[in-house]
Design a protein around this ligand. Structure first.
Ligand code: F3S
Length: 394
């Protein structure tokens, strides 16, 4: 692989052992993939920072890097295994809390933004064509599909290495020729909300993994595209779609590629595969997979007001980025009276939710519906927040 003089210097260890290790990793993987050279990135996003996922080996690896390593570019990290700065509404062992805090502290020492979110695009909006090294599969699909930025689905250590040297290998979706649609998918029943968009994404990931779909699905909202991308990246290896009227790289339906269609039966099949409980059985509603920006709380309150609901008989949990801002933290008391809990900087999938004793929950996230039964043995109903407010409003 061709390396610049500066890259050679880093590889020789002239910028310290952490950057040397990072450069070695990127060069070794890049060479194995046949990449010609490295490219500069403008934003690294690291996944795999939950203590329940990476355990002591991961903690020690990150602390080791943090003893001398500093990020070279704007860098963010994924949700942690427990809420940041707020008590969790489910049991988290003390050891887990302490070790998770050490992981976050080490990342901050390296210069990471205080992020703890899977929507890094909400903290720094990617520009079309710019190169990123992101490790969260839903965020990767959103960056490529919605923003036209360029990133592969990086593993946690690779994204961390990229953060330390500000580069990644020129390969995969960084290359123009790999970003052209390989199949056209016409969606016969246009998705009406986030749940349906997620079901559509689930089928795209399941049926067209390995392809780059051109999607003709009407005018999807931004949140629908995010829900679809998250589900497609969970059920398959989808890292990018081109969505008609939405993606910056949309040049109209491509010629000379295979054609497929997804209809109501496909969405029904997706629901049957991921839904394992009914709304009646749900002990709470979870939303925020991917995370919601904080202002979603206002939407929830508006929704309750619109339905004349002052308090919910069963709780709503909302996952939002990082540490809750001061305005949101001051709202916590009022939200608690309405039976709403904010979960800043965490993700139920990589949490210790399995210790909660919960049997069934409702969610608007198909990605959560896919993972929560597998990870925590919790059954899941798919519903919109509005359906839940109507069913459990008091
Ligand atoms: Fe985010 Fe966790 Fe869902 S990282 S996309 S909340 S599975």
């Amino acid at each position: 692989m061709y390396l610049t003089r500066e890259e050679e210097r880093i590889l020789k260890g002239e910028e310290g052992p952490a950057r040397q290790l990072a450069m070695k990793l990127l060069v070794r993987i890049g060479e194995a993939l046949g990449a010609e050279r490295l490219i500069r990135i403008s934003h690294a996003h690291v996944s795999g920072v939950s203590y329940s996922n990476i355990g002591d080996p991961g903690l020690e690896f990150i602390e080791g890097l943090a003893s001398g390593g500093r990020v070279a570019v704007y860098s963010t990290f994924n949700p942690a295994g427990a809420p940041l700065g707020m008590d969790p509404p489910y049991p988290v062992p003390r050891e887990h809390v302490e070790k998770q805090a050490r992981i976050v502290k080490a990342l901050l020492r390296m210069g990471f933004e205080p992020s703890g979110t899977c929507i890094p695009y909400a903290l720094r909006r990617p520009r079309p064509g710019e190169h990123l090294a992101w490790g969260e599969s839903s965020a990767v699909a959103v960056a490529n599909t919605l923003y036209g930025a360029r990133t592969n689905r990086e593993g946690g250590p690779v994204a961390l290495a990229a953060a330390l040297v500000g580069r990644t290998y020129l390969w995969g979706l960084h290359l123009e020729e790999n970003r052209r649609p390989t199949i056209t998918v016409r969606v016969e029943t246009l998705p009406r909300g986030e749940v349906e968009a997620g079901l559509l994404g689930y089928m795209i990931g399941k049926l067209f993994s390995g392809e780059l779909p051109y999607l003709d699905a009407g005018r999807l909202t931004k949140r629908q595209v995010i829900a679809m991308c998250a589900a497609a990246a969970a059920s398959g290896s989808t890292a990018m779609c081109v969505v008609r009227h939405v993606s910056p790289e949309d040049q109209g339906p491509p010629g000379g590629v295979e054609r497929a269609a997804l209809g109501p039966n496909d969405l029904r099949e997706a629901r049957e595969e991921v839904e394992s409980a009914s709304l009646d059985e749900a002990e709470l509603f979870f939303t925020g997979c991917p995370h919601h920006p904080e202002h979603v709380v206002n939407r929830v309150l508006e929704l309750m007001e619109a339905h004349g609901v002052s308090r919910l008989r069963r709780p709503v949990w909302i996952a939002v980025p990082g540490r809750a801002s001061r305005p949101l933290a001051t709202l916590a008391g009022e939200l608690a009276r309405r039976n709403i809990r904010i979960l800043p900087g965490t993700c139920l999938v990589v949490s210790t939710l399995g210790r909660s004793g919960l049997k069934a929950i409702a969610t608007d996230s198909v990605k959560s519906a896919f993972y929560l039964p597998r990870r925590h043995g919790v059954r899941v109903a798919l519903a919109s927040l509005e359906d839940f407010v109507k069913a459990y409003g008091a």
